[in-house]
Design a binder for this molecule. Sequence first.
Ligand code: GUN
Ligand code: FE
Length: 421
Amino acid sequence: MENIKIYKGDIVFTKQTDYFECFKDGYIVVNNNKVYGTYSSLPEEFENLEIIDYSNNLIIPGFVDLHTHAPQFENRGLGLDKELIPWLETYTFIEESKFKDIDYARNVYSSFVEKLKENGTTRAVLFSSIHKEGTKILFDIVHSSGISAFIGKVNMDRNCPDYIKEDTYESLNDTIEIINEYANKYPLVKPIITPRFIPTCSDKMLISLGRIANEHNLKIQSHLSENQGEIDWVSELHPQIKGYANVYNSFGLLKPKNTIMAHCVYSDENEMNILKENGVFVAHCPASNTNLSSGIAPIKDMLNNNLNIGLGSDISAGHEISMTKVMVLAAQLSKIKWIYNNRNSSFLSTSEVFYLATKGGGQFFGKVGSFEKDYEFDALVIDDSNLSKLDLSLEERIQKFIYIGNHTNIKKIYVCGNEIK
Ligand code: GUN
Ligand code: FE
């Protein structure tokens, strides 16, 4: 063992969905940026080593935002009385078109990434815009911030206004240029293939993106079954294919364990089976799904069915960048669904939404989102002393932080073993 660091504090994480692992005055031993072990008392072999002492603070895994749109940051809170398609046409495409201007891109992306970091999001999967240069700026800004991300230049070449519609070949060439430049440039910031969604991508585009993902060994992200009008549109565009997920699948875009599909609000049993067979990660975006009146995704059923699931802020259809706020919305929506479903089955618990925002989404990045052995050490040190005068257990303290804490409680942030400022 070469590069050992020992952290002491009140450690909380979720190995499984149904309960919090808690170590009061515990220790995390980190070796070469990975967790070597988590203990309630320090093993003898480490006794003479220096301890980084965060006693009385909570130490929890960093948060994972599995789906968000960087160029929509300035639009948070705008136009949310509309549903998906009118919202895209009235607000979103116009805002994204501004990222042709690299000064505007640099300005907005800097604020966006700063806010992600400030809120303890240590890993994020991002859409940029169609613009090559702006996307490159986003890679550089995320890398400088110290957080980890997958970043996708958006591809779209049909059914959208001319000012944001791409030429298919140019779009593919720009995508390949970014891959060649950034696939190995930064250790923690990587490209991801990003067709916006089926309605705005031609068959030629979708086939080519599937091939590029295979040839370059890349992950893929898009949107699926978010809104009923969108779903109807997809079946009109592809009448020969049954079911929205099958359209992606027919173009080679459900890459086993390497694809994220955001929303999945209307995924029925058939679609859930396709997602499960392909190990697709569902990015649950509760704020977005309520803001755009999309619906309530059947996340508890998907969790019971062992699908891969994480949480997404989905800025700016979602208004909240803080993953604790997104967790609360996920729990609340799940309870509303349960109430209106005659209280059948059950709803997402606090440990379940915490799991989704840490280990659930973290699995897309590898061993991320937990303090089990060999997990990359992403951590937040939380001073929760202002949140309660009660004498609380660790499980109660994490509940408090999730519901009533905010970014000011986050004192230190570690990504892959390194503290980021
Ligand atoms: N579907 C296609 N594009 C978008 C987008 O930007 N946001 C959301 N929420 N859904 C989409
Ligand atoms: Fe989205």
